[in-house]
Design a protein around this ligand. Structure first.
Ligand SMILES: [Zn+2]
Length: 653
């Protein structure tokens, strides 16, 4: 659930990417871009201080892999959802007759009335459709966007106001919040999703209707918040407000309107920002996903204003969360809250650890920071969290997503329902799998960065170049790249040497060109490339143990960027036992205790004892009981019990 008031509460939101086109047939044939999107404007105004640019997701193509499968599952889900059901309460609040019944979960179930998240799904849905459209060019997504935008424009017309909302009590909730009255729920958190969905639709799907609705909504926000003193505004920000500072900075970049930039600063929660900007971690006890979107906004406000305090706060937050507060999976928190690092042992085995929204937002933050400061540690964290948090969060069979991904030994991933869940992670879950393309490759004027090892291609139109990546990673520790070039071209190819690989050997056209012994770096290959040139990157993956500093007897095992999970079967579980209808009951579903194997010994020695099986990424470790325990990548666990963290016993002699 969301937290609602005070410094210990509040949470949620989303994103985005960039400019262009590109196409690579699945069979490997390559063509320069020819999509109908070619004339679309460059999405998302870039900040002058960014060192790197992302590629337009339309210029990146995914070849067959679990990432493409996940994208396709989400694409199908998006087209099954009915816009009129998401628009139900927006129409009611504008005095219009609804056209279909509202969806369940946070959107209408009385259990969640007081959190006032009604309407958040529509915002996430718009963002997801915009991403899916930009990725695939499939006009069905664009039609959904235009329909929703025209309906929201109709709501604005009928009500005579810029505010569109689906709260049970309508705009009165927002008015009371603005007056500083006590309310329940998180109106700005929810409105942020609507703003962001319209923004993504305007930028990625070139939707003029979405832009018009958005600007009217944004102007309403400017006028509605103007009477608040700075102190009153700061008090209002004690309640979860998503990334309202981020979206107003985005709006400033979109329009150049100074009112939006000013409001981006006003929506920046100084009580959180000030200590972070001085490298002070005061996050213990705070609601985690309330904070992460604010921090993304701090970075965006820095980009809009040049005020280094905001950037410093964002960079320090990332550092302290990624390096000191994150699990091996890249997730964090217990029951949605940051806990004291000294209490790691009390919290790590919770069924309500690692809220998936937090991983979604941490990846947004990581990406934003990387563009300004392309440090390999950002890429390493991104890869780890992408596999063990994001890819791991989708049911590969149904396409539905997780809320928590806790490490209670023997627990399971629980997936939401298609029509009766609609909580925060359902919304971010719609976006997660249609934006894998946005962080595989980056560039500056001279260099192309290969950050992730995913079967794919990227078209760099300014250079007349296509780079094609072929790999079975992580089933193999190698990736292969080759160029399609219109003419010999000077490009510095920057290949990531991940922190988890002792060495990186690079071959060009079959001949060893260089060898890196610096894990956690980018290896540069600057040369004049010719059409057909081939590059091979050979890495080393091996089992390793990751121990928590505050609890050295608690260990997770990894293999490259992958967390290994014990696959513990599904004994005693009926089909469908891993579908959850009430997110508040996480931990109560399938709670029958089961006996999990025990491990004993020194964690590093245990890691060395992990044996490879006869299939890629299938391992085993021997328990104290003498039985082999199968270990597989956590992201491949679905519909069965698992264990990712172990309380290792000392060796008894
Ligand atoms: Zn969530």
């Amino acid at each position: 659930m969301l937290s609602q008031t005070g410094r210990s509460g509040h949470s949620r939101r989303d994103f985005l990417a960039t400019a262009g086109i590109g196409a690579l047939a699945a069979g490997g044939a390559v063509a320069m871009p020819s999509s109908a999107l070619a004339a679309a404007p460059v999405p998302m105004a870039k900040s002058a201080s960014a060192k790197l640019q992302p590629f337009d997701i339309a210029d990146v193509h995914l070849a067959d892999s679990p990432f493409l499968h996940a994208q396709q599952m989400t694409e199908a889900y998006l087209l099954k959802l009915q816009p009129d059901r998401m628009l139900h309460k927006f129409r009611v609040n504008a005095g219009l007759k609804p056209k279909a019944a509202a969806y369940g979960g946070w959107e209408s179930a009385s259990l969640w009335d007081e959190i006032n998240c009604h309407g958040h799904t529509l915002g996430h849905y718009l963002s997801a459709c915009a991403l899916a459209y930009r990725s695939t060019g499939n006009k069905a997504y664009k039609q959904r966007i235009e329909y929703i935008a025209s309906e929201l424009a109709g709501c604005q017309k009928a009500s005579g106001a810029g505010l569109v909302c689906a709260f049970p009590k309508g705009p009165a909730l927002v008015a009371a919040h603005l007056r500083g009255e006590k309310i329940t729920g998180v109106p700005w958190y929810t409105l942020h999703k609507v703003y962001a969905g319209l923004h993504d639709s305007a930028v990625l799907a070139d939707s003029a209707n979405s832009r018009a609705v958005l600007l009217r909504l944004a102007d309403w926000g400017v006028v509605a918040t103007r009477p608040l003193s700075d102190a009153e505004f700061e008090t209002m920000l004690d309640t979860e407000h998503g990334g309202m500072n981020e979206i107003y900075a985005d709006l400033y970049f979109m329009t150049g309107n100074e009112d939006y930039r000013t409001l981006a600063q006003r929506f920046s929660h100084k009580a959180i920002m000030e200590p972070l900007s001085r490298n002070r971690d005061r996050l213990d006890g705070l609601h985690a996903n309330t904070q992460v979107p604010k921090i993304i906004g701090f970075q965006r406000v820095y980009e809009a204003t040049g005020d280094a305090k905001y950037r410093d706060a964002a960079a320090f937050f990332w550092k302290t969360v990624a390096h000191t507060r994150s699990f091996a999976s890249g997730g964090h928190g217990d029951n949605e809250h940051f806990f004291a690092n000294a209490d790691f042992a009390e919290h790590v085995f919770s069924a309500k650890g690692s809220e998936t929204c937090c991983q979604y937002n941490m990846l947004k933050l990581t990406r934003a920071l990387f563009l300004h400061d392309p440090r390999p540690e950002y890429s390493d964290y991104y890869e780890r969290t992408l596999y063990n948090g994001i890819l791991a969060s989708q049911d590969p069979d149904s396409g539905m997503a997780t809320y928590f991904q806790g490490a209670r030994p023997g627990y399971m991933k629980l997936y939401h329902t298609p029509e009766d869940s609609f909580w925060c992670c359902t919304g971010t879950g719609m976006e997660n799998h249609v934006k894998y393309r946005d962080s595989i490759y980056f560039h500056d004027d001279r260099a192309l960065y290969v950050s992730l090892f995913v079967p794919s291609s990227v078209a760099w139109k300014d250079k007349g170049a296509i780079l094609i990546q072929t790999t079975a990673f992580p089933d193999e520790a190698t990736t292969r790249l080759h160029w399609k070039l219109e003419r010999p071209t000077d490009i510095a190819l920057k290949l990531r040497h991940p922190h988890w690989s002792r060495t990186a050997i690079i071959l060009i056209n079959g001949v060893e060109a260089t060898r890196s012994v610096e894990p956690g770096s980018y290896v540069e290959l600057a040369r004049t490339w010719k059409d057909g040139d081939r590059v091979e990157l050979r890495l080393v993956m091996e089992p390793a143990a990751e121990v928590a500093p505050a609890a050295p007897e608690i260990v997770a095992f990894t293999y490259g960027p992958l967390v290994l999970a014990a696959a513990l079967g599904r004994e005693g579980l009926a089909p469908g036992a891993d579908i959850i209808v009430n997110e508040r009951k996480y931990g109560e579903y399938n709670s029958t205790p089961i006996t999990v194997p025990t491990l004993a010994g020194d964690p590093q020695s245990l890691a060395k004892s992990i044996r490879a099986g006869d299939k890629p990424l299938a391992f085993a470790i021997t328990s104290v009981e003498g039985t082999p325990v199968p270990l597989v990548p956590y992201h491949r666990i679905a519909h069965e019990r698992y264990a990712t963290y172990w309380q290792v016993k000392p060796v008894t002699t």
